[in-house]
Design a protein around this ligand. Structure first.
Ligand code: FHN
Length: 422
């Protein structure tokens, strides 16, 4: 049987797009600023639905070009796109027959999911859909809106059968092949409804993946917390969703973006631990990608162009005994290659140490360079400690991340601290 997780396991790096009505206020409502988590502005500022709904009449993102997004994602080195078809505010960015609260009722009036689906199909990109299954601040029975509706009078099942379930069905029947349904904030949604939702996804598209945030372990892989990286490497698939600044939705005022070096370090760390990074952009109200996001992602894409071998085709690296003061590592278990990512380049004598590698090293070079690097591999019997020293070039090849390729004689075996009595 074909493994439906295969594409996801190989993808490593995806684009998250958080886009909806909240791009218009961009974190500012009636002069008051809430720059972080701008997609939460309605709830954070308890904006009455009737007021928030006025954004529908203003939404006209004529600058949106789906092909630009998909081509940029490819240029940035990303392999899948996750798009917010409906976020917690309940507004559908597609042509839904279930509710009038959708993009079709804005001055723009065109289905965003349709345009993205067509562009993804034409460009060979995997499209995945984000859907907020429990929170819905528009529907009287959805979770979260306690300022317009009385929670005591809410009947969550009514929302589930009137809106969530039929909308998920629409998304999985009208837009061709969907790579994954990306659910979010299941909170205390009842298990039977989560099961029903998962069953519906699998009935509509058996190959469509379901992320871990459907709840109760019903997904196909585990979703890490936002902007978080697990300590240990894991064989099972997992994903880490990350922002570029402090907000998922567009923010007028939050300009504190991660630098390209930090994004590369996060990507390396996540991939080395067996995960995928899904990295977010928050388009503005006109449909444009913030220029700084584009610049950062282009720089990361250029690094990937040179060093993609150390990311794509790799698997979870073994857990080595110590944190690596010079950087991190990724591993290809098919070619028995370790990639050492030197992010803090050492000063004289330009030497790095990897402790705990038991497997014999055959050859070491900077990725893309022929010149072999000098190494010394030893085993100190009394301490039961394996050591690999590598002498790096005096001139640092990349201040951000110099990749050192270590060809091993067999599969990488790492010592675990504490096996020997010292
Ligand atoms: O509340 C959402 C948030 O707005 C954003 O969509 C992120 C993405 O992982 N998920 C929730 C918080 O974890």
């Amino acid at each position: 049987m074909a493994d439906k997780l295969q594409w996801f396991r190989e993808a490593k790096y995806g684009l998250f797009i958080h886009w909806g009505l909240y791009a218009i206020p961009g974190g500012i409502w009636e002069g008051k600023s809430a720059p972080h988590g701008t997609e939460w502005i309605m709830k954070n500022m308890k904006i009455p639905l009737a007021h928030y709904k006025k954004l529908v009449g203003q939404f006209n993102p004529e600058g949106f070009d789906p092909y630009f997004y998909v081509r940029q994602a490819k240029k940035w080195g990303m392999k899948y796109i996750v798009f917010t078809a409906k976020h917690h505010d309940g507004f559908a960015m597609y042509d839904t027959k279930v509710s009038e609260y959708s993009i079709m009722h804005t001055p723009y009036g065109k289905d965003i999911v349709r345009q993205l689906a067509d562009a993804c199909e034409a460009e060979g990109m995997t499209l995945c859909i984000y859907y907020s299954q429990m929170q819905d601040w528009e529907h009287p029975d959805g979770n979260g809106n306690t300022w317009d509706y009385d929670p005591q009078k809410q009947d969550f099942k009514r929302y589930f059968y009137q809106k969530a379930l039929p909308q998920v069905r629409e998304l999985l029947t009208n837009y061709g092949k969907i790579g994954m349904m990306w659910f979010d904030t299941p909170y205390d949604m009842p298990l039977d409804l989560c099961r029903e939702l998962a069953d519906e996804v699998r009935k509509c598209q058996p190959d469509c993946l379901i992320n871990g945030r459907i709840g109760y372990g019903l997904g196909d892989f585990r979703e890490a917390a936002d902007n978080a990286i697990p300590v240990l490497s894991q064989e099972e698939c997992w994903e880490s969703p990350m922002t570029l600044n402090s907000s998922w939705g567009y923010s007028h005022t939050d300009h504190r973006f991660k630098e390209p070096a930090e994004v590369i370090r996060n990507l390396v760390r996540i991939v080395g631990k067996g995960g995928n990074l899904v990295l977010n952009v928050g388009p503005d109200a006109f449909g444009r990608i913030p220029p700084r996001s584009n610049e950062i992602l282009c720089e990361v894409g250029e690094w990937l162009e040179q060093n993609g071998e150390s990311i794509f085709g790799t698997s979870a690296a073994p857990n080595f005994p110590y944190l690596l003061p010079w950087g991190d590592l990724t591993y290809n278990d098919r070619s028995n290659t370790l990639y050492l990512h030197v992010q803090n380049y050492p000063s004289f004598p330009y030497r790095i140490l990897l402790t705990g590698l038991k497997t014999k090293t055959l050859a070491v070079n900077v990725l893309g360079e022929q010149e072999p690097l000098r190494i010394s591999q030893s085993y100190e019997i009394a301490r039961d400690e394996h050591r690999l020293y590598i002498l790096l070039p005096e001139q640092c090849p990349s201040a951000v991340d110099t990749v050192v390729k270590v060809q091993l004689a067999g599969s990488a075996e790492a010592q675990v601290i504490g096996t020997a009595k010292w």
